[in-house]
Design a protein around this ligand. Sequence first.
Ligand code: FES
Length: 128
Amino acid sequence: MTEGATRRTVLATGAAAIVAPVAACGGNADGSSGGDLGSTKDIPEGGGKIFKDQKVVVTQPAKGDFKAFSAICTHLGCTVSKVANGTIDCPCHGSRFHIADGSVAHGPATRPLPAKSIKVQGNSIKLT
Ligand code: FES
């Protein structure tokens, strides 16, 4: 009688600890995702700030009253480039939009900038 071959399976287990590299996230100081629009302190009263990456413009038409609109001009789709004298201005063909409601102040655009929904918590502004 022959004995069946003893099969020994050796599972080699790596004993070395695998050290996962710690990924350092660049970008926002607080590491939050794209909805963060920074601090209310960065939005001038009677003016606004353009967030090119998020394609959003945040305005403060009256003290403590923050609004947000799409930064894409409704004329031919340029990104608006400045907020001055109560309007959000497009560099391409001169359209201007009121900071209070995004409505057209000056053509050739005929449609208002669509409003974006934001939430203000303390000093921080976030897209919702
Ligand atoms: S794309 Fe803004 S004015 Fe034409």
